[in-house]
Design a protein around this ligand. Structure first.
Ligand code: DSN
Length: 414
């Protein structure tokens, strides 16, 4: 970072966090490192502008330039995801989901979505979340043996429940989701289909994961995970749905849009449409596969036996650790990940039996195949000898070598 503009301690905290990111290997599957251009757009005069409404129909004056920003962002979202319509205003993934649920349902309507305990998301019906408070959510999960979604079982459950909405999408599922099968189930039971592709949006944009867009009524996402944009949400949908989506986003559940973030989303979407992003998406997926193999060969159990996307769940109970302990020992060697429930976990969420690992961020800083093998072996070493100070010391040096060889914004387009 350049010289801080004042001696406000906040700048010190920001510098500390910047340094932490630089010196750690970031394996939290929902995080990424944005380009300098995305980063720059967030710190612009657009943050000062109020623009309630939509381009051409705002409640305040002076919106002519931010109108252009939002129009271009919308057009880019439609082009990247091949959708008929887009709303780029949601402040977050959860707010995108709130807007979509409000557009598709009446309060109290029945929904069938993936269980949080098996990899779903809080905004897919957790009893303390808006979704669970205002709608009647039911959950499907993965099979105990295979740890995979069984589409026949989901079909049977949906036909019995007859939900008004079927939801697909997850925050901790490492396998390809069959959106076509979800659409066919929705059609069979007379439900609408909503897909939350927050985690895989970048893989879909890169063409390395099947897209839900041709199959779903509404698709929500975040822009900051594999899509590598600023923090925020985004909704793509059919022409039939956009009027309701717009109205439930603003004034339904938000006030003024964050125009600086929409500018940054537009830049991220341009980057996602460039050939280099296809290469990036393919590398994220390849890196995840290699890392999963290395961990598996090193004696760790990967939930469902592997990964088809950017993430994997590692069952650390087999090495005598809880997920919380594994997160902690890896943190001590500058490898950041998060504890995570595994399917049918017997531990509470704050302990958990697993960790979730993703390759989006380390791939952005340029780590490739040899580094995945090296990192995977280091993770195995630490998790299998969590109290061995000499192992920790050796791995810390290895991480230092990697982080120094691959600085964060050296390889991301800027
Ligand atoms: N917190 C995000 C994740 O880690 O998957 C989901 O909102």
């Amino acid at each position: 970072m350049q010289t801080p503009p004042s001696d406000d301690p906040i700048w010190r905290f920001i510098e500390d966090e910047t340094r932490r990111q630089e010196n750690h290997l970031e394996l939290i599957a929902s995080e990424n490192h944005t380009s300098s251009e995305v980063m720059a757009a967030m710190g612009t005069a657009l943050t000062d502008k109020y623009a309630e409404g939509y381009p051409g129909r705002r409640y305040y004056g002076g919106c002519e330039h931010v109108d252009e920003v939002e129009r271009l962002c919308r057009d880019r979202a439609k082009a990247v995801f091949g959708s008929e319509a887009a709303n780029v205003q949601p402040h977050s993934g959860t707010q995108a989901n709130i807007g979509a649920l409000m557009a598709l349902l009446e309060a109290g309507d029945r929904v069938l979505a993936m269980s949080l305990d098996h990899g779903g998301h809080l905004s897919h019906g957790h009893p303390k979340n808006f979704s669970g408070l205002f709608y009647e959510f039911h959950a499907y999960g993965v099979e105990r043996e295979s740890e995979l979604l069984d589409m026949d079982k989901i079909r049977a459950q949906a036909l019995e429940l007859r939900p008004r909405l079927l939801m697909a999408g997850a925050s901790a599922y490492s396998r390809t989701i069959d959106f076509e099968a979800f659409a066919s189930i929705a059609q069979e039971c007379g439900a609408q289909l909503m897909v939350d592709m927050a985690h895989i949006a970048g893989l879909v944009a890169a063409g390395v994961h099947p897209s839900p867009v041709p199959h779903a009524d509404v698709v929500t996402m975040t822009t900051h995970k594999t899509l590598r944009g600023p923090r925020g949400g985004l909704i793509v949908c059919t022409k039939d749905q956009i009027k309701a989506i717009n109205s439930r986003t603003f004034p339904g559940n938000q006030g003024g849009p964050f125009m600086h973030m929409i500018a940054a989303k537009a830049i991220a979407l341009r980057e996602a449409s460039e050939p280099a992003f296809r290469t990036y998406g393919a590398a994220v997926k390849k890196n995840a596969g290699l890392l999963a193999n290395t961990l598996s060969e090193g004696g760790l159990r990967i939930v469902s036996g592997g990964t088809d996307n950017h993430l994997m769940l590692v069952d650390v109970s087999a090495v005598g650790l809880t997920g919380a302990e594994a997160e902690d020992v890896l943190g001590q060697v500058s490898i950041t990940c998060n504890k995570n429930l595994i399917p049918y976990d017997t531990q509470p969420p704050m302990k958990a039996s697993g960790i979730r690992i993703g390759t989006a961020a380390v791939t952005s800083r340029g780590l490739g195949e040899p580094e995945m093998v090296r990192m995977g072996k280091a993770i195995c070493d630490v998790l299998r000898a969590p109290t061995d100070a000499s192992v920790a010391q050796r791995v810390r040096s290895q991480v230092k070598e990697l982080t120094e060889a691959f600085p964060i914004r050296a390889t991301v387009p800027s």
